[in-house]
Design a binder for this molecule. Structure first.
Ligand code: ZN
Length: 449
């Protein structure tokens, strides 16, 4: 093996080829070799992970940082510390809910300036597609966005309106030429309006009232529309945060036709069941909604069989006032669950209980998200990749105390839950950014383009 600045050894190193005893040699921020622990080179720094699992640093492709403009909701400093503590070494930031939204190069530059010198982990950006944004797509692509996000239904903020089928066709034709993916919030307004018209609104403090207001049909019809447009335009599409497992049949069929289509779900859809959400507990509100326990089990099957490619947090924080914690009004509360720091533990807790292993974690939370975002240097423990590595104790347990989380506001549906899997250390490009509750390196994160 070549000489190194740092060597991390472990009995369970998760590589693309399997979980093996190995030494990971790191020099100049890159992984230079992965080999037999007995043949590890000398290095100034050595870390023996022992029985802990050595995972590739996670890539979270669905994070709302909200800075600039709504930094009181969340900002780069707090979000990326939460990321580091949760084993996430790269975040890809959504084009909303910052002000301005990332639909122009100027807005992207403002965002990059806001992040510079404040991030503990690496970061990249998605651009936004809104009505009339067509001419901004190529300049944003050249400025380094990894792809684009759009909504088919109201996003919750006026500056980021939803797109029509006509807008989509135009944008997707452009994106197919640019060879970048379109990420889609797949709920259509029609079924939501029909649900509102066909039943009385119900008690706004009851979770069932909210669930009934965002029916599965909204997701199903949106996904059907997107699959058709994908076939027509050849644009790569990525369905973000699938909640309705009924959509899996259609997605499975579409994928058999080798369409350029990927699918994501989130830890909260894999963890909770609608039946268990207490009245007034608006920390659980997100869109699409968390559905019934039987639906959750089908999402796990979708992940296991590969119809769902990956898991992303959809970290979407808001201040306590907007979550309507005091009134518990589900219909007025801001929709969003902040779980950047807990995504790994929550996913692992559920995965392990269903017989999955740490190799699955690496696929769902690192390799495939890196591929989606076009970041070949991220998400794998392999020679030539960035030395983004996490030392993870898969047997340790943690009880979630909201005030100890590094995100800006201590609001989480995981409060009080005991999860399995604790991050011990997180390395970004060979630098230890998180070490058992301490952040020894400061804001070394960089924009990856
Ligand atoms: Zn989101």
């Amino acid at each position: 093996m070549p000489s190194a600045d740092l060597v991390i050894t472990g009995k369970r190193v998760v590589t693309p080829d399997g979980v093996v005893p190995a030494a990971v040699a790191i020099a100049g921020g890159l992984i230079t070799a992965v080999g037999d622990p007995g043949a590890a080179p000398d290095a100034a720094r050595r870390l023996d992970a022992g029985d802990a699992v050595v995972l590739p640093g996670l890539v979270d492709v669905h994070v709302h940082v909200n800075e600039p403009g709504r930094t009181e909701w969340e900002g780069f400093e707090t979000a990326t510390r939460a990321a580091a503590a949760g084993g996430v070494t790269t975040i890809v930031d959504m084009p909303l809910n910052s002000v301005p939204v990332t639909t122009t190069v100027e807005a992207l530059e403002r965002k990059a300036r806001a992040a510079a010198g404040r991030a503990t982990v690496d970061y990249a950006f998605w651009g936004g597609v809104v009505p009339g944004s067509d001419r901004q797509l190529a300049p944003l692509a050249h400025a380094g966005v990894r792809g684009f996000k759009c909504f088919l239904v109201a996003s919750g903020i006026d500056e980021f309106p939803p797109v029509s089928e006509t807008d989509l066709r135009q944008a997707m034709t452009r994106l197919a030429e640019l060879e970048l993916p379109l990420l889609v919030h797949a709920e259509l307004p029609g079924p939501i309006a029909r649900a509102a018209a066909s039943s009385a609104a119900g008690d706004p403090r009851r979770y069932a009232s909210y669930l009934a207001s965002r029916p599965r049909a909204a997701e199903l019809e949106a996904i059907e529309l997107m699959v058709g447009l994908c076939r027509e335009t050849g644009c790569r599409i990525h369905i973000v945060h699938v909640s309705a497992a009924d959509a899996l049949d259609g997605l499975r069929a579409a994928r058999r036709g080798t369409l350029p289509l990927t699918v994501e779900t989130c830890p909260h859809y894999l963890t909770f069941g609608a039946e268990d959400i207490p009245d007034g507990a608006t920390a659980w509100k997100c869109a699409p909604p968390i559905r019934e326990g039987e639906n959750r089990e089908r999402l796990w099957s979708g992940l296991a069989e590969g119809t769902i490619d990956l898991v992303a947090s959809d970290h979407s924080p808001a201040p306590p006032g907007l979550k309507c914690l005091e009134t518990g009004d589900f219909l007025r509360a801001w929709g969003g669950v902040a779980s950047l720091e807990l995504a790994l533990a929550a996913t692992w807790t559920g995965a392990r209980a269903r017989g999955r292993d740490v190799r699955d974690l690496a696929r769902w939370l690192a390799e495939r998200p890196a591929r989606l975002a076009g970041l070949p240097q991220k998400g794998r423990i392999a020679p030539g990749c960035d030395a983004d590595v996490v030392v993870f104790d898969p047997d340790a347990r943690l009880t979630v105390e909201p005030t100890r989380l590094r995100q800006r506001h201590p609001i989480t549906p995981y409060a009080g839950m005991t999860l399995t899997g604790v991050v011990r250390q997180t390395f970004v490009r060979g630098t230890c950014v998180y070490d058992r509750e301490v952040f020894p390196a400061g804001a070394i994160g960089k924009w990856v383009r």
